[in-house]
Design a binder for this molecule. Structure first.
Ligand code: HEC
Length: 135
């Protein structure tokens, strides 16, 4: 476990050693995750995504706006970057939340959030968020 965490973080940071800006880090992370999301959605035959109830997701996602600022992609804490999730691909959001829930991906707040949700909650939240239009 400890070894795995070390390699996971060491590889991307080596890969971006030449153009060392935050955007590149974000991009390579995103690409990795998008790839993972594609693999997952292919394997899962996707019924979990289709059943998301956006209206229910809206109430569940209420607390997310404080950090993610959803529509306009602004956040309450300018000192660190919070990824844009409003209008994000539905399968990507589902995969990201399940990654946090399983501990494949680690961030204290997001892990705690994801663990408090059932699979249905995650599907509903993703249905709601993916339907938002980013400005
Ligand atoms: C306390 C601030 C905070 C709150 C509240 C919060 N998030 Fe996050 N979220 C973050 C941060 C910071 C990250 C980036 C963490 C990382 O690098 O893994 C993140 C990452 C994510 C990601 C992955 C995005 C990506 O581009 O890979 C998703 C999806 C997400 N959050 C959904 C949610 C949802 C849904 C809620 C509400 C239920 C929520 N978040 C509430 C701070 C927050």
């Amino acid at each position: 476990m400890a070894h795995r965490a070390v390699y996971n973080f060491a590889l991307p940071s080596l890969a971006i050693a030449r153009p060392p800006d935050a955007l590149m880090t974000r991009c390579s992370l995103l690409l990795t995750n998008i790839l993972a999301a594609c693999l997952l959605s292919g394997l899962a035959a996707s019924p979990a995504f289709a059943k998301g109830d956006a209206a229910r997701g809206k109430t569940l996602a209420y607390t997310c706006t404080g950090c993610h600022g959803i529509v306009e992609y602004k956040n309450a804490y300018p000192s660190y970057r919070v990824p844009k999730i409003g209008g994000q691909n539905e399968g990507y959001i589902v995969a990201a939340l399940h990654d946090y829930k399983r501990g494949e991906r680690n961030h204290p707040t997001m892990t705690a959030q994801a663990r408090s949700f059932s699979d249905q909650d995650i599907a509903d939240i993703a249905a709601y968020l993916s339907g938002l239009k980013a400005k």
